[in-house]
Write a protein that binds this ligand. Structure first.
Ligand code: NDP
Length: 330
């Protein structure tokens, strides 16, 4: 069936300004780290991407290495652009990143100019795009001078291959330094992409303050702690769930076992709020004014729908926030 985007796609989503920039992002964005690779069923990814855009999710987040195999999520997205989203390019914010291991040899990872600009060219080819909206340095490089990495981001913009630039997983100090260099170059840092969820609160120790000072937005990745902050694991570890995927070890059964008591308590609290745990977890990251968007993943349209319903209740009483803190510290 040829795709035509829903006429009502802008009726329910809220768009929030990213830092001090002119760019607004949807409160919920969709990431293609999992479930869009070369080994995943194309039609499932396609159904999720279509549903996302129909519901006002204008932002799709990628990276050079998403798959598996690395690069294949960008190829899948290229197919989606060609088959479904081509007429809507100007309604979409598409990001990609370079930083992790992508090709053999000394120029296939980290933060050199050589790697970042070659990787961006490869990403554009795989996605069939002339430019991305946001190009990120995916991780700080302890060896490459910060000036070199930032000047590569600045070049990407000057070459017309990216509209904005961002950084991911940079510490507060590194973020401040990167931001100052980029501002001097005339390409302000738009956005920082850190992990942030109830089990991983590092951004609260300084990063959010730096983002405030520098006028940079935040897009929180893995707001559901990779599925732990949902009902996915309440009754054990189902086959096919992310914690069973041994080809990638970012979430293990041991992580789930360690957290399960907290997950159950948080789930009860979400029920008292008339929400699912996944919805409360998304609302919880969005409570911070610096957080522009919650960057979720999903493995089905049903999960995506659940997560979109988080927007129905984004507010917390102080009592509820205290209860969450107490559970997390228990
Ligand atoms: P989440 O924390 O949202 O986890 C998504 C997973 O949780 C899904 O794949 C699914 O797992 C499960 N899930 C989602 N919704 C539900 C639901 N309603 N009910 C039950 N289970 C649910 O985010 P991700 O870890 O996927 O990360 C999101 C994006 O963030 C990535 O795609 C990527 O774009 C970005 N990212 C960036 C990183 C960086 O270094 N900058 C690192 C990691 C991610 P299941 O498969 O078990 O169904």
């Amino acid at each position: 069936m040829p795709y035509g985007a829903s006429e009502t796609r802008y009726s329910n989503m809220t768009y929030k300004r990213t830092g001090h920039s002119g760019l607004k992002l949807p409160l919920i964005s969709l990431g293609l780290w999992y479930n869009f690779g070369g080994l995943d069923p194309f039609e499932n990814g396609r159904a999720m991407a279509r549903r996302a855009f129909d519901m006002g999710i204008t932002h799709f987040d990628l990276a050079n290495n998403y798959g598996p195999p690395p690069g294949s999520a960008e190829e899948t997205f290229g197919q989606l652009m060609k088959k479904d989203f081509h007429p809507y390019r100007d309604e979409l914010i598409i990001s990609t990143k370079a930083g992790y291991d992508m090709w053999p040899g000394p120029y296939g990872e980290w933060g050199s100019r050589k790697y970042l600009l070659a990787s961006l060219d490869q990403s554009l080819k795989r996605m069939g795009l002339e430019y991305v909206d946001i190009f990120y340095s995916h991780r700080p490089d302890p060896e490459t001078p910060m000036e070199e990495t930032m000047s590569a981001l600045d070049s990407a913009v000057r070459q017309g291959k990216a509209l904005y630039v961002g950084i991911s997983s940079y510490s507060p100090e590194q973020t401040q330094e990167a931001s100052q260099i980029l501002r001097q170059m005339g390409t302000p840092c738009l956005i920082h992409q850190p992990s942030y969820n109830m089990f991983d609160r590092w951004v609260e120790n300084g990063l959010l303050d730096v983002l405030d000072q520098e006028g940079i937005g935040a897009i929180a990745f893995s707001p559901l702690a990779q599925g732990q902050l949902t009902d996915r694991y309440l009754n054990g570890i189902p086959s096919g769930a992310r914690a069973t995927k041994t080809e990638r070890v970012w979430l293990t059964p041991a992580d789930v076992h360690r957290n399960i008591e907290k997950i159950q308590k948080l789930n009860s609290l979400a029920e008292q709020r008339g929400q699912k745990l996944s919805q409360m977890a998304i609302a919880w990251v969005l409570r911070k004014p610096q957080v522009t968007s919650a960057l979720i993943g999903a493995s089905s349209v049903a999960q995506l729908n659940d997560n979109l319903a988080a927007l129905n209740n984004l507010s917390f009483s102080q009592e509820e926030l205290n209860q969450i803190d107490t559970i997390l510290m228990s």
